[in-house]
Design a binder for this molecule. Structure first.
Ligand code: GDP
Length: 484
């Protein structure tokens, strides 16, 4: 059965590892965090020998060849690298975001740094990049919850803060219902739709909330419309076992099906086979939306990071396969800030994951936090303002973006004052915890989205790679030791 399958996958992973060393690198993060852009730029920079000075194997000239290869898993869609690059580089528009799991294999040939290794190994490693929605990791806690607890927790959360107004329709739909009445598909569907609409409203730009399980309601993958995805928690569900054939019984059954046919297979077949992981985080977006978005992101990240300490979860630790030994948490889109603020972004993100990271750290995985931009869409400049010089960023805002009364046409380069991040993350977080108001200037950050940069700069020949910020440091942390 299932367990035989894990063993077989694991054995076949290990066997092929003997023939050719392989590293499975997971790339995740909540929707719009920047997964697609990260993978596209990383692969492009490796294939086109980008500027990657902190990536030691590249700097020392030991990378002899990098190529895309046939991926090992026939049942996982391929990451559509070529289409994403066409859009990014040729059309200068952002590619389509991650909707489900996909995979891409890179083969790196290199010369070992040590003479000993050069004698005994071929200096060749396959990197299997696995891209999947971070929302799916938010489902892990559900495995330990029955339907009643799940319903009660969801209801309590839906009544707090900004959520209360967004959940009104779903709560109202629950109110008038007799959960003991015979189940009918129309009611089930209505409840499911209202509940999903509530989750979607929470995620929308103006709120940017993050803790929104079940993960597949917003990121269904290829399971949309199946019974295991068509259910909803029931607000005000009382004690006791639901009556046979009732609405409550049907919802409970589908919730259990969701866990066994959707959540568990993902962890077993995909997650348990990863060696390394990068978690992308749009810290700037949450900061620009205020305290509730930040607190919610913090909670979501702690649930995501809980997946990397399997000891705490009996289901996960039963999957002892290879174990993830390095986790990188990366705040993305640092090109929206002046470089003076990059370290602040890093510090704030470190603070955001501090408690969760401590626990993974002590269970063995190496963990690192950094701020990066997979694609650098801006450059820095200064403008005179009266007596002083102000640092600005210059880029081409996307068509339709606004600052005040100005609406951009997507053609003109524009200088924008990026705003400042708080210099003292501790004081900032204390303020947040007390429910204090974030300083007003925070609200201006990240307000404008830019088009991807030009890469065919006049006077320069050859295939240019995509400009980035600190992508090389991320590569060094994730792969460096395997290319030693
Ligand atoms: P996904 O949902 O995690 O796959 O997110 P995407 O990779 O599609 O990124 C979502 C959006 O964030 C993109 O369409 C871009 O607008 C923006 N974005 C992502 N990475 C960067 C970056 O490095 N720099 C800038 N300026 N924008 C980025």
């Amino acid at each position: 059965g299932d367990n035989a399958r894990i063993t077989l996958d694991t054995i076949s992973d290990r066997a092929s590892d003997l023939i050719q060393p392989t590293l499975r690198l997971g790339v995740t993060g909540l929707s719009r965090a920047g997964k697609t852009v990260f993978i596209a730029s990383l692969v492009h920079n490796l294939l086109h020998r980008g500027r990657l000075p902190m990536f030691e194997a590249m700097r020392s000239g030991r990378l002899s060849n990098v190529s895309l290869d046939e991926q090992p898993d026939d049942q996982i869609p391929r990451f559509d690298y070529e289409s994403h690059i066409d859009r990014l580089v040729d059309d200068r528009v952002w590619p389509e975001s991650t909707r489900a799991i996909s995979e891409l294999r890179l083969t790196i040939e290199f010369e070992s740094a040590s003479r000993w290794n050069r004698m005994f190994s071929r200096g060749r490693i396959a990197i299997d990049i696995v891209d999947y929605p971070g929302e799916w990791l938010l489902d892990l806690p559900l495995l330990g919850q029955d339907f009643r607890t799940f319903s009660a927790e969801t209801e309590a959360r839906a009544q707090s803060g900004a959520r209360a107004a967004l959940a009104r329709d779903w709560l109202a739909a629950c109110e008038g219902l007799d959960y003991d009445a015979p189940a009918d598909e129309k009611t089930v569907k209505t409840l499911h739709e209202r509940f999903t609409a509530y989750l979607r409203a929470c995620r929308a730009d103006e709120h940017s909330l993050s803790t929104l399980p079940p993960g597949r309601f917003l990121m269904p993958g290829d399971l949309e419309g199946s019974p295991a995805l068509t259910f909803a928690p029931l607000a005000g569900l009382g004690e006791g076992t639901p009556k046979r054939g009732s609405l409550a019984a049907l919802m409970e059954r589908r919730y259990e099906a969701y866990k066994s046919v959707v959540v568990k297979p993902f962890f077993r077949n995909h997650f348990a086979r990863l060696d390394r992981q990068i978690v992308l985080v749009d810290t700037l977006q949450a900061l620009s939306r205020g305290p509730e978005a930040v607190a919610d992101l913090e909670r979501a990240l702690s649930e995501v990071l809980a997946c990397f300490r399997p000891g705490r979860n009996t289901f996960l630790s039963s999957l002892v396969s290879r174990r993830i030994d390095r986790v990188l948490i990366a705040a993305t889109k640092a090109d929206h800030l002046h470089h003076e603020s990059h370290d602040r972004l890093e510090k704030l993100t470190r603070r955001l994951v501090e408690d969760a990271a401590k626990t993974i750290g002590s269970s063995g995985a190496g963990i690192e936090v950094m701020a990066l931009a997979s694609v650098r869409a801006t450059r820095e400049a200064t403008v005179e303002s009266g007596e002083s010089l102000l640092p600005v960023i210059v880029g081409t805002p996307i068509e339709g973006e606004k600052i005040g009364s100005e609406i951009f046409d997507g053609k003109r380069k524009t200088a924008i004052f990026p705003g400042d991040l708080p210099a003292n993350p501790d004081a900032f977080f204390r303020l947040l915890r007390r429910g204090g108001k974030t300083p007003d200037h925070l609200a201006d950050i990240n307000a404008v989205r830019f088009r991807p940069p030009e890469t065919d700069i006049e006077g320069q020949e050859g295939p240019l790679s995509i400009p980035h910020i600190r992508l090389d440091r991320a590569l060094q942390f994730l792969l460096g030791d395997r290319l030693a």
